[in-house]
Design a protein around this ligand. Structure first.
Ligand code: ADP
Ligand code: MG
Length: 537
């Protein structure tokens, strides 16, 4: 429920603690990959610089300054209060939940939380902004000077992990605007104010990245952090996480170049593409003797290129001014919390810090430790929505070694889901069914090649035991029958038999494969090997 923020008006004005700036992370390695990103443009090395501004919609039932509901895809203009429509005489009332979300996000990104922050008006004229200004935090934002570590797979087989850090300049609370809907049929523009006034956190990163892949990895990690905190659902497809990418190129050792800003990218894949396109375009432009304009560009995902929108040359004047209807936002910590004040009356930074959930980096480290899996696989488990829960549910229900379970999930389950464009939660095979199959494999009822056949049928919705019965896939238990089959295979492969007898042990695998074929996967390879070796000697 919304609360009145009377206490804000009698605040104790402490200043921000001035934490030192972390050292620049523009290491030699980063430079080198910047040069690699520019490769293909003759042999002159260029360095690319990328800085992101990310708007994350705060996960709250109501808007930042009004009690209107926040809902995706509601009927147009059904969630608009008088304040959201900027009717005269209405006043903002700050939503406590939004403040807490920003503080938690700031803490998770190692920021200094400002115990006093301010709200400002940023003016511009656009149909979807009825007040003619947006309330934001330009002079003194709620959180500053943080950093975000993210990892990427590199190397030929993508099996080496590197971890990089980008500095966070600030996090500010601000309002979202409404939406303009263009009706081409009747050639008119309609305004939907449902989104007007929804709470956003703008996360501003320092220009520490140098290619699309780095930016995409940083955004992915930020998305996981926001989701772990519950401060934003951060669903890019629903516009809850919108990224503006600032891109420039320069010669190493010289000043940074003029930057362009690619606006409103709503998928990590397109973000990487837009940035890499923009880097190539700028290098080409400069090499052809042209100049880069400080302009705003849009990414056309169909054409795979960026297109100039409107230029910022004449540096737009937003006429920033203090928001007169909102007092300074005052936060407390354990030391400054006034006596007899409960944590529900004020926002207590230390209280929130103690309640931070496990962040993705911690979750991954725990997965590696608990199950002995590869670090890069812990990334896959977290990056795919619901995959970690799927994996752990299978582990719960099977005796199989976790690493082996993960192998099955990554190769066969995830492979199938990706191929069919399905989310993990929509998988036709649920964790219990997979566990049932793996248990049958583990207890040697079926071979692994039979298990693969069973899995194929399981996608159609059948249970493993039934499929095994119908297709008669149980391992042959009868030793005599086995020996007969092995004998027959050996007789049919005299050439291979003599090769093995000459000492070429590798050929034995071919015979094992033939037995497997003859039994339609109903033989245990270890047992077959034993029998073949006995018969050969
Ligand atoms: P402004 O005040 O014009 O918005 P900021 O300093 O706030 O500029 O920077 C906005 C964004 O642009 C930040 O994300 C920052 O990392 C990025 N940025 C700044 N300079 C460059 C540059 N030369 N190349 C690429 N990105 C840059
Ligand atoms: Mg800016």
């Amino acid at each position: 429920m919304r609360r009145c923020w009377h206490w804000l008006r009698a605040g104790n004005f402490s200043t921000a603690d001035g934490a030192p700036l972390p050292a620049s992370v523009a290491t030699r390695e980063v430079r080198r990959s910047a040069e690699a990103a520019a490769k293909g443009n003759r042999d002159v090395p260029w360095a690319a610089v990328v800085g992101l501004e990310i708007h994350a919609q705060i996960c709250s039932n109501t808007k930042l300054f009004s009690g209107s509901q926040v809902q995706f895809a509601a009927p147009p203009n059904s969630l608009v209060s008088f304040f959201d429509a900027s009717l005269p005489g209405t006043l903002p009332v700050l939503n406590r939940r939004c403040v807490e979300a920003a503080v938690m996000t700031g803490l998770a990104l190692n920021c200094t939380i400002n115990k006093k922050s301010l709200f400002d008006r940023k003016h511009y004229f656009y149909a979807d902004l009825p007040a003619g200004y947006q309330i934001t935090q330009q002079r003194l934002p709620i959180a500053v000077n943080g950093n975000l570590s993210y990892s990427m797979c590199i190397g030929k087989n993508q099996n080496k992990m590197v971890t990089r850090t980008v500095r966070i300049k600030q996090i500010q609370l601000e309002q979202d605007s409404g939406k303009s809907l263009h009706d081409d049929l009747r050639s008119q523009t309609l305004i939907d104010l449902n989104r007007a006034g929804v709470g956003l956190m703008e996360v501003v990163m320092e220009p520490d990245m140098c290619c699309g892949e780095e930016a995409a990895a940083a955004v992915k990690e930020l998305q996981l952090i926001l989701q772990a905190l519950g401060s934003s659902q951060a669903n890019m497809a629903e516009g809850q996480l919108r990224v503006d990418a600032n891109v420039s190129v320069h010669r190493p050792g010289q000043l940074y170049g003029v930057r362009t800003e690619v606006k409103n990218i709503n998928s990590a894949r397109f973000l990487a593409k837009a940035i890499d396109y923009e880097i190539r375009r700028q290098i080409e432009e400069l090499e052809n003797g042209g100049t880069i304009l400080n302009e705003t560009r849009a990414f056309d995902y169909k054409l795979g290129c960026t297109i100039a929108m409107r230029d910022k040359e004449g540096k737009q004047d937003y006429r920033f001014m203090p928001e007169p209807n909102l007092p300074p936002l005052i936060l407390y910590d354990a030391k400054t919390l006034p006596a007899h004040t409960s944590n529900l009356q004020v926002v207590n930074i230390d209280w929130l810090r103690e309640r931070l959930p496990d962040l993705p980096s911690v979750k991954r480290a725990k997965l590696v430790k608990r199950y002995g899996i590869q670090p890069q696989h812990s990334f896959t488990l977290l990056n795919e929505d619901g995959l970690m829960e799927f994996f752990e549910a299978v582990i719960e229900a099977t005796e199989m070694n976790p690493k082996k379970v993960l192998g099955w999930i990554l190769k066969y389950i995830l492979g199938y889901l990706k191929h069919h464009n399905l989310a993990v939660k929509d998988s036709p095979i649920n964790p219990l069914l997979l566990a049932e199959l793996l248990n049958l494999l583990e207890s040697r009822v079926i071979s692994s090649s039979a298990a693969k056949q069973v899995l194929e049928e399981m996608w159609k919705g059948k249970a493993p035991a039934l499929i095994i019965k119908e297709k008669d896939l149980e391992l042959i238990q009868d030793q005599n029958e086995f020996e007969r089959i092995c004998q027959a295979v050996m007789e049919g492969h005299q050439k291979e038999v003599s090769e093995i007898k000459k000492g070429n042990k590798k050929v034995l695998n071919k015979l094992i494969g033939q037995v497997q074929k003859a039994t339609r996967g109903r033989s245990d390879p270890a047992l077959v090997k034993q029998i073949l070796e006995k018969q050969l000697s």
